[in-house]
Structures are given as structure tokens and as C-alpha cells.
Write a protein that binds this ligand. Structure first.
Ligand code: SAH
Length: 397
């Protein structure tokens, strides 16, 4: 099957950006099925890429390879898995203890496997299939993962909303091996966490924040901490391990908080040092202010308010609101670690929003550091969209 682009529309592919939008396509020979491999050619006929066809998505084709001899087949895909694992090995050990056993092994486009996410939790792999191309090759990829990692099982969590855009139904369940007994236990920077890979959010844990949680641990000594959007307690437990005097943690999810409590106890942190509150953050921050509460370290790690740029204006208002209200609870000399995982909000825009919030709070702040996703969430230079997580570490002056 061949796809010919409109004149001039080959430019992004020549820079090795891996997406072909439907509007760039001039002509399709034959009628490729969703997930089928197509040959993408420029309007003058020259070869550009092998790509997976997605008949229902605006991103109509996702590139497997820019090399003409590399038409993807099972062997080629096994090689891509091998390359992903080699990249993670090249990152070296993630903590001194050598006990860490959870990381992202495959990060979609950045690993040349658009739409495939694989997270490792001890000897369980959790796989998300998010594109028609990966759906077509899922068995080959699953076999390669078991073979090359030596893990006992793969559990599938293909229940992300983006599957709908690809015309794929949600699917979850054991894919290789038995279903895991949940929650599973993992170790991250020497701390242990229970992860519910079956019922938890995403693949069960936010591995992208691993090194940032550790950074907060280094900064937390002697501080009273507020962790907003705490999920299963990661930043709170890291802060307590770093010598925080106390950690108040807030999330709207009851099941997440239940696991958070259990995680804190497993690491030796109990009430009253650790306090867990089920609430909506937008409300909680206002209530805490009217109760006269204040903190020396606040973490703000909200869910994705803007999946795409179209959602950016509404997201900007939400980011501004929580940052402004968090700053009002921060004592002078206190620190704010504020994050955005929205693809639709650039690091630059995020910094502007936070600056606006700081000004409106009548405060001044200094940037002490910038946060990114942990390096196993690889970023391909040609695909900056992959760098979704950004954050600022601020000191209130
Ligand atoms: N920092 C966490 C991950 C946060 S994910 C970690 O290190 O693991 C975002 C969290 O925000 C989820 O747990 C979700 O339940 C919660 N959430 C979403 N909207 C919320 C709201 N309006 N108020 C409180 N929590 C919310």
C-alpha cells in the first residue's frame, strides 16, 4: 500500500518527525486496513517512510522507520524492543542500592514504537496499546518483551481514552502469564510502594515523577509539607523519608488514598506525621487558607488539564488558580514544586502562568530548579511533543 503526500508536506518527515496528519495526504493507493504498514512517499515519488495506517485518527499514519530497507516485520519489531531495553540499560542504575525495580521500558514514539507504553513493576510488565499499528503487532511485541526481559507476566491496560481516537475498544487483562496479585510491591529510591496495576490510574504508578520525588526527599528536612494531588502518596512518603516534620496529602480518589496510607505505614510513617485528606484541591486550598494553615513545602502535581493545545486556555486558568492559592499557603522562604503534565501547555507557557499566579498572590519567587520526567521516559529530539512533563521548583522570597 502506498500513500502519497501533497507537495511540500514531506518536510516534517524529512526532519524525522513520526506523524503524518490526514490533511497532508494527497492520494492513497488501495484501501489499507487500520494498523497495516504503508509506504509513505513525497509528491515527487521519493521514499519517505514506512508507517502504520490509522484509518480513524487525525494522525493518519505513524512512522515505524525512515529507511527503505527496514520494512517492519516480526524480526524488526523484536529489534526495536531490544533497542528500547538497551537504552534503559545505558541509563545505569537509578539509585545506589540497586534495589529499584520499577521503570518505563518503552515510551512510544521516543522508542520508535508509536503508541506502545510498557512499564515494568518488579517481574510484571504493564502494556498499553494506544495505536492501530501497535494493536496489529501486539502479540509479536508481547512475546519479544517476555523473551527479552525474562519477566513472568504481562498485564494489559489498554483502557486509555486515546484508544477511542484510533477506533479501538478498551481492553484490559492478563496477556502473558497469570494475572498479577495486586497490589504488587515495588522499590523506588529505596522506598517501597504498593502498586495496583489492575485498578490503579494509568499503568498503576506515576513512574515519570520518580527522580523528582527523590529531589523532594532531599529538600524536605525540617519542613511542614502539603502534597496536592498525592495519588498513592509518592511525594509525601519521599518527603517524610527526607525528614519532613509532617505531610498533609490531598487527593479526590478514595482508593488512591487507601493505598497511600498503606504505603506510608509500610515505610514506617504513621499519623500524626502523615495526614490523608479526601477532597477536591480547588476547594481544599481555599478552605486551608480560611483556616489559617500554612506550609514550608508544597507539591502541586495535577492531572493533565490540557491534552492538546486546544484545551490550553481552560487549563491555564486551572493552573493559575491552584498555583495562586498554593502560594498563599506558603510561608516566606518556603518552596513550591509545581508541575504540569499537559502536552498542550509548553514549559514556557507554564512558567508564564506560574509567574502570573505569583504576581496575583502578591508574592515574589525565585526559580531554584526545573523538573522533567525521569530519563527512562526518553525524549526524542525530533519529537518534542514527547516531553510532556515540566515543573518548577520555586522559593517564595
Ligand atoms: N503526584 C502523584 C501523581 C498525581 S496524578 C504521584 O507522585 O504519584 C494526579 C492525581 O490527581 C490523581 O491521583 C487524581 O486522583 C487526582 N485528582 C484529579 N483531580 C483532582 C481534584 N480536583 N482534586 C484532588 N485530586 C484530584
Amino acid at each position: 500500500m502506498k500513500v502519497r503526500l501533497k507537495p511540500g508536506r514531506e518536510r516534517s518527515l524529512l526532519r524525522r518527525h513520526p506523524w503524518v496528519y490526514s490533511g497532508a495526504i494527497d492520494k492513497v493507493s488501495g484501501s489499507p486496513a487500520s494498523g497495516e504498514t504503508v509506504e509513505v512517499r513525497a509528491s515527487d515519488g521519493r521514499f519517505l517512510a514506512w508507517a502504520a495506517w490509522s484509518s480513524q485518527s487525525q494522525i493518519r499514519a505513524r512512522v515505524w522507520s525512515f529507511e527503505e530497507p527496514d520494512k517492519p516485520d516480526a524480526g524488526w519489531l523484536r529489534g526495536r524492543i531490544g533497542r528500547s531495553l538497551a537504552l534503559r540499560r545505558a541509563l545505569g542504575p537509578r539509585d545506589g542500592s540497586g534495589r529499584d525495580n520499577a521503570l518505563r521500558l518503552v515510551h512510544g514514539e521516543a522508542d520508535g514504537l508509536p503508541g506502545l507504553i510498557v512499564d515494568r513493576y518488579a517481574d510484571t510488565l504493564v502494556m498499553q496499546v494506544l495505536s492501530a499499528g501497535i494493536e496489529r503487532w501486539r502479540d509479536v511485541l508481547a512475546d519479544a518483551l517476555i523473551e527479552q526481559t525474562g519477566c513472568a507476566r504481562i498485564y494489559e491496560r489498554s483502557d486509555a481514552d486515546v484508544r477511542e481516537l484510533e477506533g479501538l475498544p478498551a481492553r484490559t487483562g492478563a496477556m502473558r502469564g497469570d494475572a498479577p496479585a495486586v497490589p504488587l510491591e515495588i522499590v523506588e529510591h529505596g522506598l517501597c510502594y504498593a502498586v495496583d496495576v489492575i485498578g490503579g490510574q494509568k499503568t498503576g504508578f506515576y513512574l515519570d515523577q520518580r527522580d523528582n520525588r527523590n529531589r523532594i526527599r532531599e529538600l524536605a528536612s525540617g519542613r511542614e509539607v502539603l502534597n496536592c494531588f498525592c495519588y498513592t502518596g509518592g511525594f509525601s512518603i519521599a518527603a517524610l523519608a527526607g525528614g519532613a516534620l509532617s505531610a498533609v496529602s490531598v487527593d479526590s480518589s478514595g482508593p488512591a488514598l487507601e493505598l497511600a496510607r498503606r504505603n506510608a505505614q509500610a515505610n514506617g510513617f504513621d499519623a500524626p506525621r502523615a495526614e490523608w485528606i479526601e477532597a477536591d484541591i480547588f476547594r481544599y486550598l481555599r478552605d486551608a487558607r480560611s483556616q489559617g494553615r500554612s506550609f514550608d513545602l508544597i507539591v502541586l502535581d495535577p492531572p493533565k488539564f490540557a491534552p492538546t493545545e486546544r484545551h490550553a486556555p481552560a487549563a491555564a486558568r486551572a493552573y493559575k488558580d491552584i498555583n495562586l492559592n498554593a502560594l498563599k499557603l506558603l510561608r516566606p522562604g518556603g518552596m513550591l514544586a509545581t508541575f504540569s503534565c499537559s502536552g498542550g501547555v509548553s514549559a514556557d507557557l507554564f512558567q508564564k502562568i506560574v509567574a502570573g499566579a505569583t504576581a496575583d498572590a502578591g508574592a515574589s519567587a525565585t526559580i531554584l530548579d526545573r523538573f522533567h520526567a525521569s530519563p527512562d521516559h526518553a525524549v526524542l529530539l525530533e519529537f518534542p511533543e514527547g516531553e510532556y512533563l515540566k515543573g518548577l521548583l520555586l522559593r517564595r522570597n
